[in-house]
Structures are given as structure tokens and as C-alpha cells.
Design a protein around this ligand. Structure first.
Ligand code: FAD
Length: 457
């Protein structure tokens, strides 16, 4: 039949990269069949488990992904961990092409002593906890402290700061998990310091995230004016996006606010601020880490981009440290080349180097930076490369491949049962139902076992 001989492509990872790659493939080529394999029983990757609960508008992309999953020539197979349940080689035998879009599930570490202390978490785990990632379910961060320190100044750091400081009234109608909401409701955190090794001109967040921080009800900024002394005169030479970000930063940090803003700040019970030119040293100085996790900062040098040791150290009394210095991709299968320094799959325009028929897209292709729109463009690029190779004949599609039928047989033998998109829709409606009861868009299931039970009944 024509369906049996159509080009078959499989995608590893059901996040934005996977869905956008699939979307472009099925839209552009009328005969291609695309199957997405996802480790978790639920789709959408970091849109579900990364994007902050108070950013519901960002999650609207799930509607587009759902349309792709429901396309006649696309199918979703959740609960399949590639590299474990099925190898990449087995996928290559079943499909004409395999696209690796499995994101960045690892965590960059600081490499300083004390990183593993109680009270020190990675942003990745903390975000996973408030967003209901099953592996982070039991994190239970202790928020019975006045000051929290976040190491890193990118968008994820600001997400974490905002969630820690948001009035619970704002969060309670989002899809934040109930255990996280309950913990935040009891939180004693009143002050969040967002620490970076570099200076205000290198601040790594976007203006949207900074603006949200500035406008967060019940909070006031608390900066050190001296950090900004030399900045104003540099505004003129800055490129436009940097200039706008810096102008906002200066306005918040050094300008005297007008009266209503002053009143707002004076009545605020919670505070946040950036701390620049500081590099974490850790080394707990006290015995009682839970009560006082002493942080030692190494102070950098003036306007230098990278912190240079001055010999000066600073103790910050805090009970919670969240390190937000980035994600990193991990190798999932020894058969796939991996760059251990850049933590990506080495590729040329999405073609995995020296591996015919193997492609990659998203964070595993270019590293863990960029918003969903960046990931979308990057995934469309990979899809274009793949289609080009099909057209040119450098990707062989002349043989008949079994596609998902072949993989299903392998999985069955290993006792692995995939969660199809229609199964996910049962989880989705159960979550919506539970959410409705609490005035939330959804109440996420937190346990893989429970997800599977709902999916298959
Ligand atoms: P992912 O989204 O991580 O998807 C990868 C998928 O692969 C996951 O579902 C994973 O379970 C699956 N997988 C992993 N290993 C395997 C395996 N072995 N087998 C099968 N499947 C596997 N962007 C915005 O535009 N706005 C925001 O507000 C925003 N907030 C963010 C907040 C946080 C905390 C983070 C980390 C990122 C945020 N982003 C935001 C960026 C956005 O999430 C990324 O650009 C995008 O998710 C990257 O897509 P991806 O598909 O490459 O990776």
C-alpha cells in the first residue's frame, strides 16, 4: 500500500522541538508519516514542566502541538524512554530518519563545596517541583527562612524569584501544584537576592521578565546603588535591546520613584534585588545549616565582565540557595555522537555528524538557551534539512520500513506499553476536572503510576 511505502520519520522527545519538527514535516510533505516517542506519559516537555505557572499565555502553544498530534500522519507514543526501552539503532531500523529532540535534562553544577547541602537546590529541581515533574515530587524545599539566594540572573532565575515572592492569591488560580502552593502559602521568605558573577550590563534576563519582577505586587526592589554608578553614561553606546533593559534596571535601581510608586514600595512586605560581581564560594561556615546557610561570596572587580577574585568575601545569611546556572543535555545512547564539552549532539544544520539518517533539533542541538520561538525556528530548520535530504536522495527512502509497528513489537517484548495521544487526553481531562474543583486550569497528576492508571482505564 502507499502508506506502507511512505517515508517514515520518528522523533525522540515530545517537547516544543519535537512537535515543531513534526509540524513542519507533515505540513510540507504530503506523504510523510511522523511518530513522536516521549519518555513521560504526558507530552509538551518544558512547556508543561518548565514554563512558570503564572505564564499561562506561553502555554497556549500546547493547542498547536495538540493539532499536530491529532494530524492523520502524526502519532504520539508516551511512556517510551529512548536509550532504555528502545535503542536509537532499533529506531533507525524501523524508520527512514530519526530526529533527536530530547532537550536538556541535566543540570550544570557550580563545582563548589557545599552544593549538596540541605537547603541548596538547583533551579531545575525547584521548577520541576512547583510544576509537578514526577521526579521532583518529593523535593519539599524548606521555606522557613527570611532570605533566599538565587545564583544566576537569567529568565529561569527570575521565574524562581517571582514564584517565591508572589502573593499566593496570584498563584492559586494557576496550574501550580497544590503541594507547592501549600508550601508557598506557609513560606517565611521575605527577601530574594539574585546573584551574578557579572555586572548589570551583562544581566541575562529579558525585559519582559524584569518588568514582571518590577511590577510584582507586594514587593519592592532592593539594590545597591554603587553597582550602577558607571552605567548611565554607557547607555548611548548600547545596542537597542540591551539599552532598554538597562534603562529599566537604572530606573528601578537608582531613580527616585514618583509618589504612588514610593507608597507602593513603602507598603511592600517583600523585597528582591540583584547582586552583581559575586561568585559563590559556599563552604558552610556553620554547623546548623538549616537555620543559617552561610554563603560566602567572592567579590569581582569593578566593571570586569567576569568576576575576578578580590580576596574580599561576604557572608549572606540565608536559609535557601537555588542555583540557576543552566541546564545541559545528556547523552541517551552510546551509538549517538555527543560533544562532552558543549553538551550537545554535534551537528551541521541539524544533521548529526557522521550518522546518515540521524538528525537533531531544539536544546539538544544548539544548547539550552532561547525561548520557545527560538526552538520553533531551529526545529523548522532541521525539518527543512531533512526534507531537502529526502528530495536530493542523500536520505534513502526507497526501502519499506515498518515504522511504529516494528517499534511496538519490540516494546511489547520488553513489557513497555506506550501512552497514545488519546490516552493523554484522558489524563488531560482528569487534570482539568481536578483543577476546576479548585478554580485552577488544571491540577497536575504528580505520579507516573497514577498517570498510567488514568490513561489506561
Ligand atoms: P524540552 O522542552 O525539554 O523537551 C524535551 C522532551 O524530551 C521532554 O518532554 C523530555 O521528557 C523528552 N525526553 C528526554 N529524554 C528522552 C528520552 N530518552 N526518550 C524520549 N523522550 C525523552 N520559553 C518561552 O518562550 N517562554 C517561557 O516563559 C519559558 N519559560 C521557561 C522556563 C524554564 C524553567 C525553562 C527551563 C525554559 C523556559 N522556556 C521558556 C524555554 C523553552 O522551554 C525551551 O525553549 C523549549 O522547551 C526547548 O524545547 P526542547 O523540545 O528542545 O526541550
Amino acid at each position: 500500500s502507499p502508506a506502507a511505502s511512505c517515508p517514515k520519520v520518528c522523533i525522540v522527545g515530545g517537547g516544543p522541538a519535537g512537535f515543531y519538527t513534526a509540524q513542519h514535516l507533515v505540513k510540507t510533505r504530503p506523504d510523510v508519516q511522523v511518530d513522536i516517542y516521549e519518555r513521560l506519559p504526558v507530552p509538551f516537555g518544558l512547556v508543561r514542566f518548565g514554563v512558570a505557572p503564572d505564564h499561562p499565555e506561553v502555554k497556549n502553544v500546547m493547542n498547536t502541538f495538540t493539532q499536530t498530534a491529532q494530524h492523520a500522519r502524526c502519532s504520539f507514543h508516551g511512556n517510551v524512554s529512548v536509550g532504555k526501552d528502545v535503542t536509537v539503532q532499533e529506531l533507525q531500523e524501523a524508520y527512514h530518519a530519526v530526529v533527536l529532540s530530547y532537550g536538556a535534562e541535566g543540570n550544570r553544577t557550580l563545582g563548589v563545596p557545599g552544593e549538596d547541602l540541605a537547603g541548596v537546590h538547583s533551579a531545575k529541581d525547584f521548577v520541576g517541583w512547583y510544576n509537578g515533574l514526577p521526579t521532583n515530587r518529593d523535593l519539599r524545599p524548606d521555606l522557613r527562612c527570611e532570605t533566599a539566594v538565587i545564583l544566576g540572573q537569567g529568565n529561569v532565575a527570575l521565574d524562581v524569584a517571582r514564584i517565591l515572592l508572589s502573593p499566593v492569591d496570584i498563584l492559586k488560580n494557576t496550574d501550580i501544584t497544590q503541594p507547592a502552593l501549600d508550601t508557598l502559602a506557609e513560606s517565611s521568605v521575605r527577601r530574594v537576592l539574585i546573584v551574578g558573577r557579572r555586572g548589570p550590563l551583562q544581566l541575562a534576563c529579558t525585559i519582559k521578565e524584569l518588568r514582571e519582577m518590577v511590577n510584582l505586587p507586594g514587593t519592592r526592589p532592593e539594590m545597591e546603588a554603587s553597582d550602577f554608578e558607571c552605567i548611565a553614561k554607557m547607555l548611548k553606546v548600547l545596542p537597542r535591546p540591551r539599552k532598554r533593559l538597562t534603562e529599566l534596571l537604572l530606573k528601578v535601581a537608582v531613580e527616585t520613584p514618583e509618589e504612588t510608586e514610593l507608597e507602593r514600595r513603602n507598603s511592600a512586605k517583600r523585597a528582591w534585588g540583584f547582586r552583581f560581581f559575586r561568585s559563590p564560594l559556599f563552604k558552610a561556615v556553620t554547623e546548623d545549616i538549616k537555620a543559617k546557610l552561610a554563603l560566602v561570596f567572592q567579590q569581582g572587580e569593578g566593571e570586569d565582565v567576569w568576576a575576578v577574585t578580590t580576596g574580599e568575601v561576604e557572608d549572606v545569611e540565608c536559609g535557601l540557595v537555588i542555583s540557576s546556572i543552566g541546564y545541559k543535555s545528556l547523552p541517551i545512547d552510546p551509538a549517538v555522537p555527543f560533544d562532552p564539552r558543549k553538551h550537545i549532539i554535534p551537528n551541521t544544520m541539524g544533521r548529526v555528524q557522521k550518522c546518515a539518517g540521524l538528525y537533531c533539533s531544539g536544546w539538544v542541538k544548539r544548547g539550552p538557551t532561547g525561548v520557545i520561538a527560538t526552538t520553533m525556528n531551529d526545529s523548522f530548520d532541521t525539518a527543512r534539512t531533512l526534507l531537502h535530504d529526502m528530495d536530493e536522495g542523500t536520505l534513502d527512502i526507497s526501502t519499506v520500513k515498518p515504522g511504529s509497528a516494528g517499534v511496538t513489537t519490540i516494546l511489547e517484548k520488553r513489557g513497555v506499553k506506550p501512552v497514545l495521544f488519546s490516552d493523554w487526553e484522558k489524563i488531560d481531562s482528569e487534570e482539568s476536572k481536578r483543577g476546576e474543583a479548585r478554580g485552577k486550569p488544571r491540577e497536575k497528576l504528580l505520579d507516573v503510576g497514577e498517570m498510567l492508571k488514568v490513561a489506561w482505564t
